[in-house]
Design a protein around this ligand. Structure first.
Ligand code: B12
Ligand code: SF4
Length: 447
């Protein structure tokens, strides 16, 4: 079959999901092309031309984000909310106008809201969860008898009702196809400041109350071997202009022995590339580990602190203490490694005192690449523990659709949100994103 994979994401990020899925479909014997909306200067024309020329049988549409927030000094609290659903709809409408191909939805943004998406876009087929095995299986069924309802992770919409299968996790990550980064135009990504990204494992043993990932990917780690990660790095860098790659794991350094094994393998093989990670947990970040990362070619790490209040770390079940946050910041500061840090304010239990505790800890350190602060917690799915908790507490109405992107902000910090944001912005190197600032601004006006 002829398969076109379309990435709908229009905020700059590596097309990692589409690349892995494209690789898997190609390995299954199909002819594959990719189209990334991020790079389109004239979306209707370029997508239309691709569809006319390639004549796909199936278009796999990857949905990464549903809601986005971008910096905009003129918007409330300096953050402009983006509802990305109309963009996805525009892409789907363009596909329907130019091609009779079967459309199949997938991606992290689809998994949360599969039924909502199918209804919103008036489509009938999608796959939740990891696509490497399920998407080729679905294509096999489409080629055979069209009976797709037993494919793992499939969601089928038929005359307003839905049938679905639980999704299956890919066990043997080493045995999967390499990400098809060769199909993407990397000079264009470089112009958008986007580096290629690969993942080194799946799973998360932590259980942070605001995050669904230990439930989605499972608490048990599924690790790629160092040899496999190196093969992916080499394959990817063969097609990209920079000698740099990002690891897009949920937490690069957990489990610790895996991160160490990767670094050692990079050193043993004579590192000729640099790598970065947007998610280093403040766990086991010692002088020795920082040195190992540097020797292995690390050019950037973001320490995902989120809070440095003991009360909030416990409440959010982050799995580390303020002491570990401090140890990590100290080791990173001593190492000279360029690093940034991220904080998250406003989860259940947050108060002006817990915010102040966190900021007091942070004030003791210089963070070379700055501190990224997110205010407000998106409520995506019931798989986030705080969602059922907030429903039970009466804060979140059963009937309130999560597809509309509600955001929670602890009432104790809502009172002086203006003051909090102004204080954060005044701190050197701090960047503040207020999630769904439009909602919060409206709620504050109502009071
Ligand atoms: C790494 C990451 C980032 C990095 C990206 C940098 C980089 N180098 O890639 C950074 C830190 C910049 C980032 C930023 C943001 N992120 Co982010 N990020 C992730 C993370 C941890 C991994 C994404 C990834 O690449 N995974 C690896 C790939 C291979 O997996 P995948 O994309 O899921 O693809 C698989 C399946 O989804 C499926 N699939 C994918 N496409 C398709 C297509 C078809 C047809 C099929 C059948 C299947 C399929 O198969 C693939 C292979 O298994 C995810 C959480 C997670 N664990 O997935 C959040 C996640 C994608 N991010 C999220 C968000 C919200 C953001 C931000 C908007 C946060 C913000 N600032 O407000 C920004 C947006 C930035 C942007 N410009 O896009 C959300 C999206 C939620 C949603 N539903 O809208 C996620 C899911 C986390 C969460 N909160 O749950 N992010
Ligand atoms: S926030 Fe990170 S560490 Fe916590 S559960 Fe989610 S993926 Fe795991």
């Amino acid at each position: 079959m002829r398969i076109l994979i379309v990435s709908t994401n229009t905020l700059p990020a590596a097309p990692s999901g589409p690349a892995y899925v494209a690789g898997a479909v190609r390995q299954a014997g199909h002819t594959v092309e990719v189209f990334d909306s991020l790079l389109a200067a004239n979306l209707p024309q370029e997508l239309g031309e691709t569809l006319q020329r390639f004549q796909p049988d199936v278009v796999g549409v990857s949905i990464r984000l549903v809601h986005g927030d971008v910096q905009d000094a003129a918007a409330p609290f300096g953050t402009r909310y983006l509802d990305l659903r109309p963009r996805v709809k525009e892409i789907i409408d363009l596909i329907r106008q130019s091609s009779p191909a079967q459309i199949v939805l997938g991606g992290p943004g689809f998994t949360y809201y599969a039924r909502d998406w199918l209804a919103y876009l008036d489509l009938d087929l999608g796959i939740c969860g990891e696509g490497e095995a399920a998407f080729p299986q679905l294509l096999e069924r489409l080629t055979a008898d069209g009976e797709v309802t037993s494919v793992p992770g499939v969601v089928v919409r038929n005359a307003g009702s839905f049938a679905s299968q639980p999704f299956q996790r890919v066990e043997d990550l080493d045995g999967q196809a390499l990400p098809a980064y060769d199909l993407f135009d990397w000079d264009c990504y470089a112009a958008h400041g986007v580096l290629p990204a690969i993942f080194t494992k799946r799973g998360c043993a932590m259980g942070c109350t605001f995050c669904p990932y230990s439930k989605l990917e499972g608490r048990r780690y599924r690790l790629k071997s160092p040899g496999r990660v190196l093969a992916e790095v080499r394959h990817t860098l063969a097609y990209t202009p920079a000698r740099k790659i990002m690891f897009c794991d949920n937490s690069f350094n957990v489990p610790h022995r895996h991160a160490e094994a990767l670094c050692r393998a990079f050193i043993d093989q004579g590192t000729d590339f640099q790598w970065g990670t947007g998610d280093l947990k403040p766990v086991g970040v010692s002088d020795a580990f920082c040195r190992l990362m540097q020797d292995a070619g690390c050019f950037y790490a973001n320490l995902s602190i989120e809070s440095a209040s003991e009360t909030m770390l416990r409440r959010m079940k982050r799995g580390y203490t303020v002491r570990q946050v401090r140890e990590s910041l100290e080791a990173l500061s001593r190492s000279g490694l360029p690093f940034g840090a991220s904080l998250m304010f406003g989860a259940p239990g947050e108060t002006p005192e817990t915010v102040a505790e966190t900021l007091r800890v942070m004030a003791d350190y210089e963070i070379p690449l700055g501190v990224w602060v997110t205010v407000g917690v998106y409520l995506w799915t019931d798989l986030q523990d705080i969602v059922p908790e907030l429903r039970q507490g009466g804060w979140l109405d059963e009937s309130r659709p999560l597809f509309d992107g509600p955001v929670y902000l602890s009432p104790a910090v809502t009172g002086d949100l203006q003051g909090l944001v102004a204080d954060l912005r005044a701190r050197p190197g701090y960047t503040v994103q207020v999630n769904r600032a439009d909602l919060l601004a409206a709620a504050l006006l109502e009071r």
